[in-house]
Design a protein around this ligand. Structure first.
Ligand code: PXP
Length: 239
């Protein structure tokens, strides 16, 4: 049985739209755990566009399952991770202009740097996951650098324009998962998964965990909308 880890970044995106206090990603994390999620994920971006430093620190206090901090492997983030001590960091590429993480990390191209990052994280008692495309060279590099986990980027599958393309991408992911497992890496997957396209993954049982965020927040807005309107109506109608 695979696990679900819930990314709460986009709860913070809604909050940041007004710069206020609601909705609180920490409250969402607690609710996700109550619903059965076995991990909470958040991405502290360099530009702090959604999650804030305080959120990360409060999440560390509150999360009872596993806190997975997504981050670019910058000196600033390595320092913050060392202080906050999430259970796990997921190393991702980060570009300022992107709407979301666009591609997998080039582990191969910076192996010496990533070996050092893994050592520093392990020294702080933090496990390391590499977010990579389903690409053998990147997966082998993640193993060579001492990574514990690879998170396979499912974006190309999620964005496939045709049925044939989706099948092809899924086959590529299945191969990547086998390679990872043979190298002794634990395997997660995520990015762009939703309530429809996730269903095909039942064919890839070696994936231990799914990292899912945007679609859960998007669905929560709609499935909760009617109740939220009714609650406000009740207040206003009693005036
Ligand atoms: N995994 C990684 C490494 C990500 O960067 C993201 C997006 O923040 C996700 C999973 C979750 O993607 P989504 O929000 O599309 O479910």
């Amino acid at each position: 049985m695979a696990r679900l880890a819930v990314n709460v970044d986009h709860v913070a995106t809604v909050r940041q739209a007004r710069g206020g206090r609601e909705p609180d990603p920490v409250a969402a994390a607690v609710m996700a755990e109550l619903a059965g999620a076995e991990g909470i994920i958040c991405h502290l971006r360099e530009d702090r566009r959604h999650l804030q430093d305080r959120d990360l620190r409060v999440l560390r206090e509150v999360v009872q399952t596993r806190l997975n901090m997504e981050m670019a492997a910058t000196d600033e983030m390595i320092r913050i991770a060392g202080e906050v001590k999430p259970d796990l960091v997921t190393l991702v590429p980060e570009k300022r202009q992107e709407l979301t993480t666009e591609g997998g990390l080039d582990v191969y191209g910076s192996r010496e740097r990533f070996k050092d990052v893994v050592q520093r994280m392990h020294g702080a008692g933090i496990q390391v996951s590499f977010f990579v495309d389903p690409d053998t060279r990147q997966i082998e590099s993640a193993a060579e650098c001492g990574g514990d986990i690879v998170e396979i980027h499912t974006g190309a599958y999620a964005e496939a324009a045709t049925e044939a393309a989706a099948r092809g991408q899924l086959a590529t992911i299945a191969t990547a998962v086998n390679v990872s497992s043979q190298l002794g890496l634990r395997v997660s997957a995520g990015h762009g998964l939703n309530y429809i396209n996730v269903k095909r993954f039942h064919r890839i049982p070696l994936i231990e965990e799914y990292s899912i965020g945007h679609t859960i927040v998007a669905r929560a807005v709609l499935v909760g909308f009617e109740r939220a309107v009714r609650e406000m109506l009740e207040l206003v109608r009693n005036f």
